[in-house]
Design a binder for this molecule. Sequence first.
Ligand code: UN1
Length: 506
Amino acid sequence: NPAHSGIPLPADLYRPQRENSHGIEFGERKALDALTSAIAVERKTSAAVSTSTTEQANAAVAAARRGFRAWNATQAARRAAILDKAADLLEQRRARFLALLQSEGGKTLDDALSEVREAIDFCRYYAALGRKLFGKGETMPGPTGESNVLELRGRGAFVAISPWNFPLAIFLGQVTAVLMAGNAVIAKPAEQTPRIAAEAVALLHEAGVPGSALHLVQGDGTVGAALVSHPAIAGVVFTGSTEVARSINRTLAAKDGPIVPLIAETGGINAMIVDATALPEQVADDVVTSAFRSAGQRCSALRLLFVQDDVADRMIEMIAGAARELKIGDPTQPSTHIGPVIDAEAKQRLDAHIAQMKREARVHLAGEAPAGNFVAPHIFELSAASQLREEVFGPILHVVRYRAERLGEVLSAIEATGFGLTLGIHSRIDDTIEHVIDRLQVGNIYVNRNMIGAVVGVQPFGGSGLSGTGPKAGGPHYLTRFATEQTVTINTAAAGGNAALMAGVE
Ligand code: UN1
């Protein structure tokens, strides 16, 4: 575990798992066969999920408000123990969630394994962090004769709105953070992935989260808007598009009543810079992973690749060569690299972008995809970064060449997107790397490696600007934003020294 800065992390209590660290080496036929047959058994049809009405959404807020007090009064250690129990249950039910991630989320085995791992990490990390932060309050230094203690407490009924691209990990990450901080939660998952959410909620209830503290509301943006505009909610945590985050922000701002926080994690037009000193094989590998893994449906994914012109032809050829090797198709086949995109609407949007790029850009790769909601990897070369105006959420890479003496213009172009989520740099020149890091306001910067798959507790994740509000998910500051701070100052010199009260505070 690398060293952390800032608030001491519970590294002694918390051990993240690594990507693909589930003991399944893909060469290991036996382990893989056992896992795939366990998944097949779980691939039975699930119960239908019905959409909630606005009345049901409002009723969920009212019920969460009633449930809040008791949950907030529950010891932090108890809340943490429940989250650890949820992590244990996830481990036991791994095959079931893998099956759901494949059937409802279109995830490949590799992506589904990573996601279950991440969900477990979120539960354990927020439990460990919560034990420290919400334990007994922090005694502040001050003059003698008084005691000052800063305590964190829950805010109330908190709304959590999560995306379809990580229907288990981000869903549970939000919900467990909200709960660990002492809030009751009304969770509204993406309408594309309701079953995964329903089973995750059932699992949390089984782990010990009281029904009164955790409520599930199913449906699209209509029901989400009803929750956000409810006058009595205590805050919103949201992962999704910048556009929706803005609309939530406007709704919250327009309401009378308390001013409540919005914690938003949104999109990015994420760039990678590759200079002439970069190692070509590693670049090809990292670009393919960053741009095409999960069919490019990650907010962290690489969209805009800047390559120094001296090496551009060779680099692009190697990347295209590596991309051609990717297998697209049935996500339940362990050998598949790229599964379907989430739905027909996503496919249509991506096809329209591809058609436009075929007219406006130079085509380096335009693969063929099987029938269905599949999109093959594409590589287009733009004459300027400004040709890409919005986040394109699929396996489509845009390349721009730059001259070494014009690196400043590359940085300005990245800045001009207004986003600041992830950035990759491939270079062996320390000065270049340092200059880029200092100059750009980007949440997660990856040097000489791929730029996806941030590990909970090790690589806190999230951006700024159009990419979100912070604090970073899976980082040491995340939970505090879900809490209120209460400073209790006691005059210890007063008659009797308030001994009983002091005992209560300390
Ligand atoms: C998202 O795609 O909405 O680092 C965010 C990663 C993931 C991204 C999650 N944590 O690739």
